[in-house]
Design a protein around this ligand. Structure first.
Ligand SMILES: NC(=O)c1ccc[n+]([C@@H]2O[C@H](COP(=O)([O-])OP(=O)(O)OC[C@H]3O[C@@H](n4cnc5c(N)ncnc54)[C@H](OP(=O)(O)O)[C@@H]3O)[C@@H](O)[C@H]2O)c1
Length: 332
Protein backbone atom coordinates (compact mmCIF):
# COMPACT_ATOMS: atom_id res chain seq x y z
CA UNK A 1 0.00 0.00 0.00
CA UNK A 2 0.97 3.61 -0.38
CA UNK A 3 0.31 5.38 2.93
CA UNK A 4 0.48 9.17 3.25
CA UNK A 5 0.95 10.58 6.76
CA UNK A 6 0.49 14.35 7.07
CA UNK A 7 2.14 15.49 10.34
CA UNK A 8 3.99 12.16 10.53
CA UNK A 9 7.26 13.54 11.94
CA UNK A 10 6.13 13.49 15.60
CA UNK A 11 5.86 10.77 18.21
CA UNK A 12 2.87 8.91 16.76
CA UNK A 13 3.94 9.34 13.14
CA UNK A 14 7.38 7.92 13.87
CA UNK A 15 5.82 4.80 15.41
CA UNK A 16 3.44 4.28 12.50
CA UNK A 17 6.02 4.97 9.83
CA UNK A 18 8.49 2.55 11.40
CA UNK A 19 5.95 -0.25 11.47
CA UNK A 20 4.29 0.35 8.10
CA UNK A 21 7.64 0.69 6.31
CA UNK A 22 8.91 -2.49 7.99
CA UNK A 23 5.79 -4.28 6.67
CA UNK A 24 6.84 -3.28 3.15
CA UNK A 25 4.45 -0.37 2.56
CA UNK A 26 5.45 2.81 0.75
CA UNK A 27 5.16 5.60 3.38
CA UNK A 28 5.20 9.31 2.52
CA UNK A 29 5.24 11.90 5.30
CA UNK A 30 3.98 15.45 4.76
CA UNK A 31 5.93 17.94 6.86
CA UNK A 32 6.62 21.67 6.95
CA UNK A 33 10.36 20.94 7.07
CA UNK A 34 11.27 17.92 4.94
CA UNK A 35 14.76 16.60 5.67
CA UNK A 36 14.58 12.83 5.37
CA UNK A 37 13.89 10.53 2.47
CA UNK A 38 10.16 9.99 2.01
CA UNK A 39 9.27 13.43 3.37
CA UNK A 40 7.36 15.91 1.20
CA UNK A 41 6.76 19.58 1.91
CA UNK A 42 3.38 21.10 2.71
CA UNK A 43 2.20 24.00 4.87
CA UNK A 44 -0.78 22.28 6.49
CA UNK A 45 -3.14 24.95 5.17
CA UNK A 46 -3.11 25.29 1.41
CA UNK A 47 -3.32 22.90 -1.52
CA UNK A 48 -0.05 22.39 -3.35
CA UNK A 49 1.89 19.83 -5.32
CA UNK A 50 1.89 17.63 -2.19
CA UNK A 51 -1.71 16.70 -3.07
CA UNK A 52 -0.29 14.56 -5.90
CA UNK A 53 1.00 12.19 -3.21
CA UNK A 54 -2.55 11.65 -2.00
CA UNK A 55 -3.91 11.04 -5.51
CA UNK A 56 -3.39 7.34 -6.13
CA UNK A 57 -2.51 6.51 -2.49
CA UNK A 58 -4.35 3.78 -0.57
CA UNK A 59 -4.45 5.26 2.94
CA UNK A 60 -4.14 8.73 4.49
CA UNK A 61 -3.46 9.09 8.22
CA UNK A 62 -3.54 12.76 9.22
CA UNK A 63 -1.72 13.49 12.48
CA UNK A 64 -0.88 17.18 12.01
CA UNK A 65 -1.46 19.60 14.86
CA UNK A 66 0.43 21.89 17.18
CA UNK A 67 1.64 19.96 20.23
CA UNK A 68 -0.77 20.01 23.19
CA UNK A 69 2.09 19.88 25.66
CA UNK A 70 2.28 23.63 26.22
CA UNK A 71 0.76 26.31 28.42
CA UNK A 72 -2.90 26.73 27.46
CA UNK A 73 -2.65 30.47 26.77
CA UNK A 74 -5.25 32.00 24.39
CA UNK A 75 -2.61 32.15 21.63
CA UNK A 76 -1.54 28.53 22.07
CA UNK A 77 -5.14 27.30 22.21
CA UNK A 78 -5.91 29.19 19.00
CA UNK A 79 -2.88 27.69 17.31
CA UNK A 80 -3.85 24.20 18.55
CA UNK A 81 -7.29 24.74 17.00
CA UNK A 82 -6.15 26.29 13.70
CA UNK A 83 -3.39 23.78 12.97
CA UNK A 84 -5.83 20.88 13.41
CA UNK A 85 -8.90 22.28 11.65
CA UNK A 86 -6.96 23.82 8.76
CA UNK A 87 -4.82 20.74 8.09
CA UNK A 88 -7.87 18.45 8.21
CA UNK A 89 -9.81 20.74 5.86
CA UNK A 90 -6.98 20.84 3.31
CA UNK A 91 -6.38 17.07 3.50
CA UNK A 92 -10.12 16.69 2.76
CA UNK A 93 -9.76 19.03 -0.23
CA UNK A 94 -6.84 16.99 -1.56
CA UNK A 95 -8.84 13.75 -1.24
CA UNK A 96 -11.94 15.34 -2.80
CA UNK A 97 -9.87 16.57 -5.75
CA UNK A 98 -8.05 13.28 -6.35
CA UNK A 99 -8.76 11.31 -9.52
CA UNK A 100 -7.91 8.13 -7.57
CA UNK A 101 -8.75 8.90 -3.93
CA UNK A 102 -7.50 6.69 -1.08
CA UNK A 103 -9.93 4.06 0.15
CA UNK A 104 -9.58 5.15 3.78
CA UNK A 105 -8.76 8.37 5.65
CA UNK A 106 -7.85 7.90 9.29
CA UNK A 107 -8.01 11.27 10.99
CA UNK A 108 -6.43 11.78 14.40
CA UNK A 109 -8.79 13.05 17.08
CA UNK A 110 -8.50 12.65 20.84
CA UNK A 111 -10.04 10.94 23.86
CA UNK A 112 -10.17 14.46 25.34
CA UNK A 113 -13.43 14.97 23.42
CA UNK A 114 -15.24 13.17 26.28
CA UNK A 115 -16.38 14.75 29.53
CA UNK A 116 -14.29 14.94 32.73
CA UNK A 117 -15.91 11.96 34.36
CA UNK A 118 -15.44 9.47 37.22
CA UNK A 119 -18.75 7.60 37.50
CA UNK A 120 -18.68 5.55 34.29
CA UNK A 121 -16.57 4.92 31.23
CA UNK A 122 -17.15 6.67 27.92
CA UNK A 123 -17.60 4.45 24.90
CA UNK A 124 -18.61 5.77 21.49
CA UNK A 125 -22.31 4.86 21.89
CA UNK A 126 -23.11 6.09 25.39
CA UNK A 127 -20.15 8.36 26.19
CA UNK A 128 -20.74 11.93 27.28
CA UNK A 129 -19.08 14.56 25.11
CA UNK A 130 -17.35 17.20 27.24
CA UNK A 131 -17.70 20.93 27.39
CA UNK A 132 -20.66 21.25 29.75
CA UNK A 133 -19.13 19.96 33.00
CA UNK A 134 -19.62 21.97 36.16
CA UNK A 135 -16.74 22.79 38.50
CA UNK A 136 -13.86 22.56 36.02
CA UNK A 137 -11.76 25.42 34.67
CA UNK A 138 -13.49 27.12 31.73
CA UNK A 139 -10.57 26.63 29.37
CA UNK A 140 -10.93 22.84 29.60
CA UNK A 141 -14.03 23.31 27.48
CA UNK A 142 -11.84 24.78 24.79
CA UNK A 143 -9.85 21.53 24.38
CA UNK A 144 -13.16 19.75 23.83
CA UNK A 145 -14.16 22.42 21.32
CA UNK A 146 -10.90 21.83 19.43
CA UNK A 147 -11.59 18.09 19.34
CA UNK A 148 -15.15 18.64 18.09
CA UNK A 149 -14.12 21.12 15.39
CA UNK A 150 -11.31 18.78 14.35
CA UNK A 151 -13.77 15.90 13.83
CA UNK A 152 -16.28 18.21 12.16
CA UNK A 153 -13.66 19.27 9.61
CA UNK A 154 -13.32 15.64 8.56
CA UNK A 155 -17.09 15.01 8.57
CA UNK A 156 -17.67 18.05 6.36
CA UNK A 157 -15.19 16.93 3.69
CA UNK A 158 -16.97 15.79 0.54
CA UNK A 159 -15.07 12.56 -0.09
CA UNK A 160 -17.71 9.98 -1.05
CA UNK A 161 -15.26 7.38 -2.32
CA UNK A 162 -13.14 7.40 0.86
CA UNK A 163 -14.08 5.77 4.18
CA UNK A 164 -13.53 8.18 7.07
CA UNK A 165 -12.50 7.19 10.60
CA UNK A 166 -11.77 9.58 13.49
CA UNK A 167 -9.25 8.15 15.96
CA UNK A 168 -10.25 9.24 19.47
CA UNK A 169 -6.87 8.24 20.84
CA UNK A 170 -5.75 8.06 24.45
CA UNK A 171 -2.10 8.75 25.42
CA UNK A 172 0.10 6.51 23.31
CA UNK A 173 2.75 4.95 25.55
CA UNK A 174 6.03 4.09 23.86
CA UNK A 175 9.61 3.75 25.12
CA UNK A 176 10.86 6.46 22.73
CA UNK A 177 12.69 9.56 23.98
CA UNK A 178 10.51 12.62 24.41
CA UNK A 179 7.19 10.73 24.31
CA UNK A 180 4.52 10.80 27.04
CA UNK A 181 5.85 7.68 28.74
CA UNK A 182 9.37 9.13 28.81
CA UNK A 183 8.11 12.23 30.63
CA UNK A 184 6.01 10.22 33.11
CA UNK A 185 8.91 7.87 33.79
CA UNK A 186 11.42 10.63 34.49
CA UNK A 187 8.92 12.23 36.88
CA UNK A 188 8.57 8.90 38.70
CA UNK A 189 12.36 8.50 38.82
CA UNK A 190 12.67 11.96 40.36
CA UNK A 191 10.29 10.84 43.12
CA UNK A 192 7.49 12.92 41.63
CA UNK A 193 5.36 9.98 40.52
CA UNK A 194 2.77 10.25 43.27
CA UNK A 195 -0.95 10.95 43.27
CA UNK A 196 -1.83 14.40 41.93
CA UNK A 197 -4.73 16.23 43.58
CA UNK A 198 -5.82 12.99 45.28
CA UNK A 199 -5.30 10.86 42.15
CA UNK A 200 -8.94 9.83 41.64
CA UNK A 201 -8.99 11.17 38.08
CA UNK A 202 -8.86 8.43 35.45
CA UNK A 203 -6.00 7.95 33.02
CA UNK A 204 -6.70 6.45 29.62
CA UNK A 205 -3.70 5.02 27.83
CA UNK A 206 -2.72 2.63 25.04
CA UNK A 207 0.49 0.65 24.56
CA UNK A 208 2.14 1.69 21.29
CA UNK A 209 2.09 -1.85 19.89
CA UNK A 210 -1.68 -1.98 20.34
CA UNK A 211 -2.01 1.52 18.87
CA UNK A 212 -0.18 0.51 15.69
CA UNK A 213 -2.11 -2.77 15.49
CA UNK A 214 -5.42 -0.92 15.96
CA UNK A 215 -4.55 1.45 13.11
CA UNK A 216 -3.72 -1.51 10.86
CA UNK A 217 -6.97 -3.20 11.92
CA UNK A 218 -8.98 -0.08 11.07
CA UNK A 219 -7.28 0.20 7.68
CA UNK A 220 -8.29 -3.38 6.90
CA UNK A 221 -11.85 -3.30 8.24
CA UNK A 222 -13.98 -1.79 5.50
CA UNK A 223 -17.11 -1.86 7.68
CA UNK A 224 -15.88 0.54 10.39
CA UNK A 225 -16.27 4.29 9.96
CA UNK A 226 -16.85 7.37 12.11
CA UNK A 227 -15.38 7.93 15.60
CA UNK A 228 -13.45 5.05 17.17
CA UNK A 229 -11.96 5.12 20.68
CA UNK A 230 -8.35 3.98 20.50
CA UNK A 231 -7.61 3.28 24.17
CA UNK A 232 -6.84 0.19 26.27
CA UNK A 233 -9.97 -1.38 27.81
CA UNK A 234 -8.90 -0.67 31.41
CA UNK A 235 -8.34 3.01 32.22
CA UNK A 236 -7.49 3.48 35.89
CA UNK A 237 -7.32 6.19 38.57
CA UNK A 238 -4.15 8.28 38.38
CA UNK A 239 -2.93 7.15 41.85
CA UNK A 240 -3.01 3.50 40.69
CA UNK A 241 -1.49 4.43 37.36
CA UNK A 242 1.55 6.04 38.99
CA UNK A 243 1.86 3.26 41.57
CA UNK A 244 2.17 0.72 38.74
CA UNK A 245 4.75 2.91 37.00
CA UNK A 246 6.82 3.22 40.19
CA UNK A 247 6.58 -0.55 40.67
CA UNK A 248 7.76 -1.17 37.10
CA UNK A 249 10.91 0.94 37.54
CA UNK A 250 11.42 0.10 41.22
CA UNK A 251 10.99 3.59 42.67
CA UNK A 252 9.96 3.20 46.32
CA UNK A 253 8.18 6.52 46.81
CA UNK A 254 6.26 9.10 44.85
CA UNK A 255 5.52 12.42 46.49
CA UNK A 256 1.85 13.31 46.44
CA UNK A 257 1.17 16.68 44.84
CA UNK A 258 -1.69 19.09 45.39
CA UNK A 259 -3.32 20.77 42.40
CA UNK A 260 -1.25 23.85 43.26
CA UNK A 261 2.02 21.95 43.22
CA UNK A 262 1.03 20.37 39.90
CA UNK A 263 0.37 23.87 38.57
CA UNK A 264 3.86 24.93 39.58
CA UNK A 265 5.45 21.82 38.06
CA UNK A 266 3.50 22.19 34.81
CA UNK A 267 4.63 25.80 34.60
CA UNK A 268 8.25 24.70 35.03
CA UNK A 269 8.09 22.27 32.12
CA UNK A 270 5.87 24.57 30.02
CA UNK A 271 2.94 22.17 30.02
CA UNK A 272 -0.61 22.35 31.38
CA UNK A 273 -2.32 20.76 34.37
CA UNK A 274 -5.37 19.85 32.27
CA UNK A 275 -3.25 16.96 31.00
CA UNK A 276 -2.85 15.70 34.60
CA UNK A 277 -6.11 16.67 36.26
CA UNK A 278 -8.84 15.92 33.74
CA UNK A 279 -10.45 12.53 34.33
CA UNK A 280 -10.24 10.65 31.03
CA UNK A 281 -12.27 7.47 31.39
CA UNK A 282 -12.50 6.13 27.87
CA UNK A 283 -13.02 2.55 26.66
CA UNK A 284 -12.72 1.03 23.16
CA UNK A 285 -16.33 -0.09 22.61
CA UNK A 286 -16.21 -0.22 18.82
CA UNK A 287 -12.79 -1.85 18.53
CA UNK A 288 -13.83 -4.62 20.93
CA UNK A 289 -17.17 -5.09 19.14
CA UNK A 290 -15.30 -5.40 15.85
CA UNK A 291 -13.18 -8.20 17.35
CA UNK A 292 -9.91 -6.34 17.99
CA UNK A 293 -7.83 -8.15 20.64
CA UNK A 294 -5.55 -5.98 22.78
CA UNK A 295 -2.15 -7.38 23.71
CA UNK A 296 -1.95 -4.98 26.69
CA UNK A 297 -5.20 -4.71 28.63
CA UNK A 298 -3.80 -3.97 32.10
CA UNK A 299 -1.55 -0.97 32.75
CA UNK A 300 0.83 -2.86 35.04
CA UNK A 301 1.73 -5.29 32.26
CA UNK A 302 2.11 -2.47 29.75
CA UNK A 303 4.29 -0.43 32.14
CA UNK A 304 6.50 -3.47 32.90
CA UNK A 305 6.96 -4.08 29.19
CA UNK A 306 7.75 -0.43 28.42
CA UNK A 307 10.28 -0.22 31.25
CA UNK A 308 11.96 -3.38 29.95
CA UNK A 309 12.20 -1.82 26.51
CA UNK A 310 13.59 1.45 27.91
CA UNK A 311 16.23 -0.48 29.87
CA UNK A 312 17.12 -2.63 26.86
CA UNK A 313 17.44 0.52 24.77
CA UNK A 314 20.36 1.57 26.98
CA UNK A 315 18.70 4.19 29.16
CA UNK A 316 21.85 5.82 30.43
CA UNK A 317 20.67 9.30 31.26
CA UNK A 318 20.88 10.02 34.94
CA UNK A 319 18.27 11.94 36.87
CA UNK A 320 20.22 15.21 36.63
CA UNK A 321 20.44 14.97 32.85
CA UNK A 322 16.73 14.19 32.52
CA UNK A 323 15.79 17.15 34.72
CA UNK A 324 18.01 19.57 32.78
CA UNK A 325 16.59 18.32 29.49
CA UNK A 326 12.99 18.75 30.62
CA UNK A 327 13.72 22.27 31.85
CA UNK A 328 15.23 23.08 28.46
CA UNK A 329 18.70 23.67 29.99
CA UNK A 330 21.97 22.50 28.41
CA UNK A 331 22.94 18.96 29.39
CA UNK A 332 26.72 18.55 29.70
N1 LIG B 1 0.84 11.31 21.41
C1 LIG B 1 -0.31 10.94 21.94
O1 LIG B 1 -0.32 10.19 22.90
C2 LIG B 1 -1.62 11.43 21.34
C3 LIG B 1 -2.83 11.00 21.88
C4 LIG B 1 -4.02 11.46 21.32
C5 LIG B 1 -4.00 12.33 20.26
N2 LIG B 1 -2.80 12.74 19.76
C6 LIG B 1 -2.79 13.66 18.61
O2 LIG B 1 -2.19 12.97 17.53
C7 LIG B 1 -1.42 13.86 16.74
C8 LIG B 1 -0.01 13.32 16.63
O3 LIG B 1 0.52 13.20 17.94
P1 LIG B 1 2.07 13.30 18.21
O4 LIG B 1 2.29 13.00 19.63
O5 LIG B 1 2.80 12.56 17.16
O6 LIG B 1 2.25 14.87 18.01
P2 LIG B 1 3.58 15.67 17.70
O7 LIG B 1 4.77 14.85 18.09
O8 LIG B 1 3.43 17.03 18.29
O9 LIG B 1 3.55 15.75 16.10
C9 LIG B 1 2.55 16.42 15.40
C10 LIG B 1 3.07 16.88 14.07
O10 LIG B 1 2.20 17.91 13.59
C11 LIG B 1 2.93 18.81 12.81
N3 LIG B 1 2.52 20.18 13.12
C12 LIG B 1 2.73 20.90 14.25
N4 LIG B 1 2.22 22.12 14.14
C13 LIG B 1 1.67 22.19 12.90
C14 LIG B 1 1.01 23.22 12.17
N5 LIG B 1 0.82 24.43 12.69
N6 LIG B 1 0.58 22.94 10.91
C15 LIG B 1 0.81 21.72 10.36
N7 LIG B 1 1.45 20.73 11.00
C16 LIG B 1 1.87 20.96 12.24
C17 LIG B 1 4.41 18.64 13.12
O11 LIG B 1 5.07 18.25 11.92
P3 LIG B 1 6.13 19.19 11.16
O12 LIG B 1 6.71 20.13 12.18
O13 LIG B 1 7.12 18.20 10.63
O14 LIG B 1 5.37 19.88 10.07
C18 LIG B 1 4.44 17.51 14.15
O15 LIG B 1 5.43 16.55 13.89
C19 LIG B 1 -1.51 15.22 17.40
O16 LIG B 1 -2.48 15.98 16.71
C20 LIG B 1 -1.95 14.90 18.82
O17 LIG B 1 -2.70 15.93 19.39
C21 LIG B 1 -1.63 12.30 20.27
Amino acid sequence: MKVVIPGGTGQVGTLLKRDLAAAGHDVVVLTRRPVREGEVSWDGRTLGSWAEEIDGSDVVINLAGRSVSCRYTPENLQSMMDSRVESTRVVGEAIAGAARPPRVWLQMSTATVYAHRFDAANDEASGVIGGGEAGVPGYWGYSVKIAKEWERAQERAGTPRTRKVALRAAMVMSPDRGGVFDVLLWMARLGLGGPVAGGAQYVSWIHYRDFVRAVEFLIARDDVEGPVNVAAPEPLPQREFVRALRGAWGVPVGLPATAWMAEFGALAIRSDTELLLKSRRVVPGRLLDAGFAFDYVRWQEAADDLVRRVRRGGERRNVRQILLQQLGLPVR
